[in-house]
Design a protein around this ligand. Structure first.
Ligand code: ZN
Length: 123
């Protein structure tokens, strides 16, 4: 079976996830914004505070950001396991179109609702 998830595509999705993880960590105040040399932050953090406000605005709130960060970390861990891009419910390949929209997706579209209903009890 042909796969859409070539090494090049996987590398691109991984870069997206790593960039998203960095933005989330910044929004949560877990690490300084990845702009410039870290030594620039010593003595004057004025620019950093501006970046933090912008990052905050991107997410509904800290709760949502923490949830997203956990999902992104989970997806990155799957690269190490070699299971990235596979549905955790049926082990089928998640369509690339879906991964481009939601690179941290755990399931294909068919099993997203089903897995959440069974595993998380709904919201
Ligand atoms: Zn599935």
């Amino acid at each position: 079976m042909a796969t859409e998830l070539t090494p090049d595509v996987l590398a691109e999705l991984r870069r997206q996830l790593e960039a998203k993880r960095a933005r989330l960590r910044t929004a949560l105040g877990m690490e300084p914004p990845p702009t410039g040399d870290p030594s620039d932050l010593v003595g004057d953090s004025g620019d950093a505070s501006v970046d933090l406000e912008e990052a905050d605005r991107e997410y509904a709130g800290e709760e949502a950001a923490r949830h997203d960060l956990a999902e992104v970390e989970h997806a990155l861990a799957k690269f190490a396991l070699g299971t990235y891009g596979r549905c955790e419910y049926c082990d089928g390949e998640i369509p690339l179109a879906r991964l481009r929209v939601l690179p941290e997706a755990r399931y294909d579209a068919a099993h997203e609702a089903l897995a959440e209903a069974q595993g998380r009890g709904g919201a």
